[in-house]
Design a protein around this ligand. Structure first.
Ligand code: CMP
Length: 137
């Protein structure tokens, strides 16, 4: 069993898709080990996405991620990082396969409904950005 960080982004939370996305997470065999609703400041969004600092989309990304609340979660499952990325689908909803969360709930590459860690190493860093050890079951 391993862990990954999942985020239901502001676009999906604002359109009322949180419940459907959580249902899907559970039906794919994940256990939710921690979860909270957070409204990131611009600085917090910049800190979380600092690997993308300097890229053309950084300003748009961090403005969007701090525009409204999102739901951050620690997800546990065998092969959690890979499986969550499969359930999310491709970064650009237009390229995401039918049945994936980004295809169903995303509207553009920037507003793509969900986030997931891209490696086990980054999962540890990203989980620690939002949760301390006492908050993870
Ligand atoms: P996410 O998985 O949260 O990781 C980084 C995010 O940057 C990504 O999802 C996209 O939402 C966003 N992103 C990547 N490329 C672009 C782009 N070309 N334009 C706008 N946003 C992007």
């Amino acid at each position: 069993m391993n862990l990954t960080l999942g985020i239901i982004k502001p676009d999906a939370v604002s359109k009322g898709a949180t419940g459907k996305i959580i249902d899907r997470i559970l039906s794919e065999g994940f256990k939710i080990r921690a979860m909270k609703l957070v409204h990131l400041t611009k600085k917090q969004a910049e800190g979380f996405y600092k690997v993308h600092a300097g890229k053309g989309f950084f300003e748009e990304l961090t403005t969007f991620m701090s525009s409204a609340p999102c739901v951050v979660m620690v997800l546990e499952r065998e092969d959690a990082v890979k499986k969550w990325r499969e359930v999310m689908g491709a970064t650009n909803p237009a390229d995401a396969e039918e049945g994936t969360l980004r295809r169903e709930f995303g509207s553009s590459i920037g507003e793509n409904a969900v986030h997931g860690s891209d490696s086990e190493e980054n999962a540890k860093i990203e989980i620690a950005y939002f949760f301390n050890q006492l908050e993870i079951l």
